[in-house]
Design a binder for this molecule. Structure first.
Ligand code: FAD
Length: 431
């Protein structure tokens, strides 16, 4: 390992690899450190990969990357115990070039992406844990690793080490995340015949579908479940705020078993065989929880910077874009040979102007709002299901009578007013 690099990137997830790829392409001497046996070995995602942000880095990547299926349909199920109100968008244009998004399996995808960074000239070193940043006179000048000859130096270090980012924490960039700032997601990949998947999800060959599950999928706890189609596997999972799990004293694997056996989901999984069980944290604190992202000689990207839009289940796209923006900043800093915090602050400004911080700002109060008012999941989703059942049951009563029954089911005048206020509040936090 040479002693000094232009840049060290810690973590070969989408954020770190995007950064290393862009730097290496520009001729920057970059070391990409990964603790896993190979990139992706420890990484978890549902997972939907967004074409646009990946193409900003590698145009037409979909012609060679190990992708599962292009998604042509996004469904949403608002679930009660024995029913679901479902809505969806299906667009065949998403199944053709240039596509919209794809399902991926991270173990394959991350490995491929890191190989592309290596082709550009990045040095990838796996099975190496970055233990801490080496700081001199307040400036990060390198990284101490768990290797015997473990110190490596660089002009600038990029922390792309994921949600816990121990290195950013050691630098004092963020505190320990609170249980209402991180979700714990558990998922299984289950094997199922390709043709059976296509029949069950009403797909043509090579088309994919995602289903987001709300309400009873998480037993009313704030969070979502998901069911995604891969080539010959399905990804089934559930993620809820840690605070919700603690409050309801539920173990995450119990929730996963619950959703797998839910009568609305069980038929999709029938005959499938589990092949992998995964668990991971997701940073969901949003805008209010964003840590400091630049310092002298150091930048923070991806999950390590809490860049996840929980409402739209976007994280990999924000990770890649933040990695790319960090690389652009480093390339500029290199031309001035200035890696001070004020120079690297251009990265923070780029983030602020990008869709990343714009979207985090848009939903800045959403998670907290839904977490504080459990009635949305616990009361209103079952109410919606009962209303749909009432309306669509043909039993000889007139539609006026049905309307009255639904109205009565909304509760007392006080409860109806509360419902109206809650609907307005949703508009306020989501607009
Ligand atoms: P990570 O992917 O976590 O990568 C961090 C890397 O750093 C890892 O490779 C890790 O091994 C390495 N590392 C950590 N510490 C060290 C260290 N000290 N030294 C060396 N290496 C280290 N996003 C979407 O866009 N779409 C989805 O459908 C989606 N679904 C999700 C489902 C689940 C169950 C989960 C958990 C997340 C999901 N996300 C999804 C979020 C998405 O996975 C993340 O936002 C994204 O992976 C962040 O990328 P990253 O590179 O910042 O971090």
């Amino acid at each position: 390992m040479p002693e000094k690099f232009d840049c060290i990137v810690v973590g070969a997830g989408p954020a770190g690899t995007a950064c290393a790829y862009e730097l290496a392409k520009a001729g920057v001497n970059v070391l990409l450190l990964e603790r896993g046996e190979y990139p992706g070995a420890k990484n978890v995602m549902g997972g939907v990969l967004y074409r646009k942000m990946m193409e900003d880095i590698i145009p037409e990547f979909y012609k060679e990357a190990p992708l599962e299926r292009p998604i042509v349909e996004q469904r949403f199920m608002l679930m009660d115990k024995e029913s679901a109100v479902t809505f969806s968008y299906k667009g065949l244009e998403w199944g053709r070039e240039p596509y919209n998004n794809f399902t991926v399996l991270r173990a394959k995808f991350d490995q491929w992406f890191a190989e592309k960074a290596v082709e550009q000239g990045a040095l990838l070193v796996c099975e190496t844990v970055a233990l801490e940043c080496i700081v001199e006179n307040g400036r990060v000048i390198g990284v101490r690793t768990d290797r015997p000859d473990g110190e490596v130096y660089a002009d600038v270090v990029v922390l792309a080490d994921g949600v816990n980012s121990l290195l950013a924490k050691q630098l004092g960039f963020h505190r320990e995340w609170r249980p209402d700032e991180v979700a714990l997601a558990v998922m299984e990949i289950v094997k199922l015949d390709k043709k059976v998947i296509e029949e069950r999800f009403n797909l043509e060959p090579e088309q994919g579908c995602t289903i987001e599950l709300l309400g009873d999928a998480t037993k009313g706890i704030l969070g979502t479940g998901f069911l995604y189609t891969n080539k010959d596997t399905l990804s089934i999972g559930v993620g809820t705020l840690l605070s919700g799990l603690i409050k309801h004293k539920i173990k995450p694997y119990e929730l996963l078993e619950y959703v797998k056996n839910h009568p609305m989901i069980r038929p999709y999984l029938q005959g499938s065989e589990p092949v992998e069980y995964l668990a991971h944290l997701i940073p969901e604190g949003g805008y209010h929880s964003m840590p400091k992202v630049v310092g002298d000689g150091v930048l923070v990207v991806g999950d390590a910077a809490q860049l996840v839009n929980a409402i739209h289940r976007e994280g990999s796209n924000m990770a890649m874009t933040s990695g790319r923006l960090a690389a652009e900043t480093i390339i500029m800093a290199k031309t001035y040979n200035d890696f001070s915090e004020s120079m690297l602050d251009h990265y923070r400004l780029k983030l602020m102007e990008s869709f990343i911080v714009q979207d985090l700002k848009k939903y800045k109060d959403a998670t907290h709002h839904f977490d504080s008012f459990p009635q949305y999941f616990e009361r209103y989703i079952p109410l919606l299901n009962r209303a749909a059942s009432q309306l669509f049951t043909v039993d000889g009563s007139s539609k006026w009578e049905k309307q009255k029954t639904i109205w009565r089911d909304l509760g007392s005048v006080k409860e109806k007013l509360k419902l109206a206020r809650d609907v307005m509040k949703v508009w306020e936090v989501m607009k």
